[in-house]
Design a protein around this ligand. Sequence first.
Ligand code: ADP
Ligand code: GN1
Ligand code: MG
Length: 384
Amino acid sequence: MKRTMLEKKISGPSSIDGEFAGLFSKFALEGTFAAAQPYGSGHIHETYLLHTRGHASPDYILQRINTNVFTDVPRLMENIVRVTGHLRRKIAAIPGADPDREVLRVVPSSDNRYFHQDGDGNYWRCYVFIDHQRPGDRVESPGQAFEAGKLFGRFINLLSDLPGPPLHETIPAFHNVEHHLDQFKEVLQADPLLRRNEAAKEIIFVQERAEEMKRILVLGREGRIPLRVTHNDTKFNNILFDGKGRARCLVDLDTVMPGYVHYDFGDAIRSGCNRAREDEPDLERVGMDIHLFAGYARGFLESLPGCLSTVEISHLAFSAKLFAYMVGLRFLSDYLVGDLYFKTVRSGHNLQRARVHFQLLLDMERRGAEMEDIVSGLALETTS
Ligand code: ADP
Ligand code: GN1
Ligand code: MG
């Protein structure tokens, strides 16, 4: 039985519907195509919700995969199929859990692959739509942050015994800050759109912090922190909440690959604990919400009991700074190069996003000791 928490906007047939009816037939979907609408606020893919007629068949999420970002679609989908299969098996064994609401289900194409390539060379993929509440792009309460943290921690925990070879690296050096700094230097030098002056303050901000931001990479190289299977894109809008406010399912599995625990913690904090949106024009509104931080950290640590080493735990608070820095840096480079990577809706959008992240980092620098104390207090509580 299809649930209808999401308000449906089925209007008359439109040209977009005609195109999607054709794509619908390329996947092994149940039911009859009714209508399509753009969906979500992700920065990478084109995402559509496909409605089916009646309540007997599910709705679907159809995505045109961004192949500038993910250049090897078969390997990308191979990772996702492995990861969702493993999660499904493990979640099915948890009493009271519901794999259909807690794990993405990839729908095969009619020719039995996990994607469809159209006549123009576009790659498409399809998931069963999981009905959820849409809390928006921002965390609203420490309770919600706790839920989010718990889900992210559980994800790492459940994948800690993923059998087989390491997952493919779908975006090489994705969270390697040295790589992003190299790219930044290159684009700064080329300055193809003469945007450098506009970003003069931000450029200095980046340069001043470049060395200290390499800390996690150094720990990794020295073998002091282990590679785990991490999500690597723990943005708040990649979580689906159910009607009771529980964080149930993690989507956007494109970047699930080997990583450090700090990648998932840090990215979640920079995305979820900012008091403002990530493109807020009024920088005065930007700042760390320490109560959300505490909620997140508690949820995360509680779902990884005894799993993390002392070295890992002692760098969690720092990882929040790293991600405010690194995501800001990526937005800044993209602004300088001409907005080629992240979707933008206005001119200067990526520069504004970079400014928000750097403002957030300034606030995190002010509250660093407080963040450290919260994590170490919780670590004691959750291990004793
Ligand atoms: P992007 O990489 O562009 O962020 P995502 O894979 O995150 O793309 O999808 C965009 C949005 O679509 C998500 O943030 C989420 O709100 C929604 N979404 C994705 N998959 C599903 C699904 N199976 N069921 C319900 N909503 C989904
Ligand atoms: C992108 O795909 P989405 O919107 O969930 C990006 C993340 C950034 C984030 C910034 C594959 O996430 O790395 O942190 O934007 N994803 C990719 O909002 O680059
Ligand atoms: Mg996303």
